[in-house]
Design a protein around this ligand. Sequence first.
Ligand code: SF4
Ligand code: SF4
Length: 167
Amino acid sequence: MTDAIRDAYSALRKAAPLGAQDCGKLCGACCCKGSGNDGMELFHGEEVRYAADPGFTVRKADGRTLLICTGHCRRQDRPLACRMYPLFPMPVDTPDGTQIRVVYDVRGAASCPMVREQIPADPRFVRAVRKAGLYLLRDPENERILKETAVLFEELVSFAQKIKKEP
Ligand code: SF4
Ligand code: SF4
């Protein structure tokens, strides 16, 4: 595991979307109920944690590394994507360099009540996601993944706005 990944995990260790309240009670933990074709993108340096774990499958496709799970895992085994969900550290270019803006993960707009209803996240969780994003930016590969995901978010938002219009 790289330093950037270790620090990002550490930043998120004690943080949860709603603090002491379990957000899984809002939705029956639906973000853990994907099919065997769903997967979370791993950041550069995470794969090594899962390569020999029978509870997970690592799959590579189109330059991305995906982690497929069984829908159950120990809290300490969650990948970064799950630790940060339903928020995401969006990289934003500024005159002072790339900064992190924490946003809701638009991929959860249909399924996650926190995203759909814009339920405010625990401020400690928001800070932890920002910190994790800053650690990830230290690694150019992870900066690339964050930036590619940011482009995907923009496309999803733009598509959602288009289909809202009258046919
Ligand atoms: S992050 Fe969203 S979908 Fe996942 S358990 Fe919490 S409220 Fe449910
Ligand atoms: S890896 Fe764990 S936290 Fe992430 S979706 Fe699978 S069961 Fe849920």
